[in-house]
Design a protein around this ligand. Structure first.
Ligand code: FMN
Length: 281
């Protein structure tokens, strides 16, 4: 089958998921002589429009793993704004060296429910936003080769699909089988360094005196939660994505919630081994 459109959609507060999703989509689109249509879901204004697809079209959907699943505030976006109408889809997750748990199987299930045909899926290790000790520098050159090889295999699989009548397919491809538990049991419970549950859902970043009120934190917050009048104040919900701590030119933003810091120490104590990427076709 020949594609008519390739799109890369992603939620990516600190940029790694975006890089992975675009690399895959570009590699597939290049082979078809097509451009890549980007759909950035990171900021609230990118999550307003319905995205409709159709036969002979491909969506590469990238999500970071949060607590072993798709970020819970973004799940409704995947559920309500993406309409497949028989398009192909490749869900891709990035994860910070602990585990992607059930995030990929969750994406497959949601995309299939929305009339996409999931033909491949992948989980790529990516430096954890909580600590540079977890998957440091990844995705690196070696990962990039694996990402490109995966995209090449996706292309070949699409070419092998026999076209049918009216832009359709002679036979609908079987949904890709990825690793994960279904029905999905729940979210990963973060632990503290004592091995006990660490609860930091309500943690918000603090602002140091070095803040020069430039407002970049308000511009990059995916939840639109930074007060526009006083940039030091986070009035809405915080998903701990680290977009603001990374983007602040004065390095004024930081978290000091004891339970969150304890969980980060737990992660660095237990998850510094090198994880492998996993692809499913
Ligand atoms: C709130 C939160 C929860 C996370 N949970 C997990 C997790 O369960 N497993 C894991 O391996 N990485 C986890 N990570 C790490 C991210 O999946 C990883 O850093 C991701 O690549 C970030 O993507 P981005 O650069 O597109 O923002 C978590 C990160 C955040 C902010």
């Amino acid at each position: 089958m020949r594609l008519k459109r390739v799109a890369a959609a992603y939620f990516s507060p600190t940029g790694n998921t975006k890089r992975v999703a675009i690399t895959i989509a570009e590699q597939v689109a290049d082979r078809e002589g097509l451009p890549v249509q980007e759909m950035d879901l990171t900021l609230p204004e990118g999550r307003k429009d319905v995205r409709s697809f159709g036969p002979c079209e491909l969506l590469v959907l990238g999500m970071p793993v949060y607590a072993g699943r798709i970020p819970n505030k973004i799940l409704p976006v995947v559920q309500t704004l993406f309409k497949g109408n028989g398009a192909l889809a490749v869900p891709v997750v990035t994860f910070g060296n602990r585990s992607y748990d059930n995030a990929l199987i969750e994406m497959c299930s949601e995309l299939e429910k929305n009339s996409f045909h999931t033909i491949a899926g992948a989980a790529f290790a990516s430096e954890h936003v909580f600590s540079p000790l977890l998957a440091p520098g990844r995705p690196d050159e070696e990962d990039r080769k694996e990402i490109l090889a995966f995209a090449g295999n996706v292309s070949s699989k699409i070419r092998e699909i026999e076209p049918g009548e009216n832009d359709g397919m002679a036979a609908v491809p079987e949904p890709v089988q990825v690793r994960g538990e279904f029905p999905i049991p729940g979210y990963y419970q973060p632990l503290g360094e004592d091995g006990q549950p660490a609860v930091f859902l309500k943690a918000k970043p603090k602002t140091a005196d070095s803040c020069n009120d430039c407002g970049i934190c308000a511009e990059v917050c995916p939840m639109g939660s930074v007060s526009s009048g006083n940039h030091g104040e986070v009035t809405g919900i915080c998903i701990k994505c680290q977009a603001c701590t990374r983007a602040c030119p004065m390095h004024s933003r930081y978290f000091d919630d004891p339970a969150m810091l304890s969980h980060i120490r737990y992660l660095t104590d237990h998850y510094q081994r090198k994880t492998v990427n996993e692809v499913f076709l």
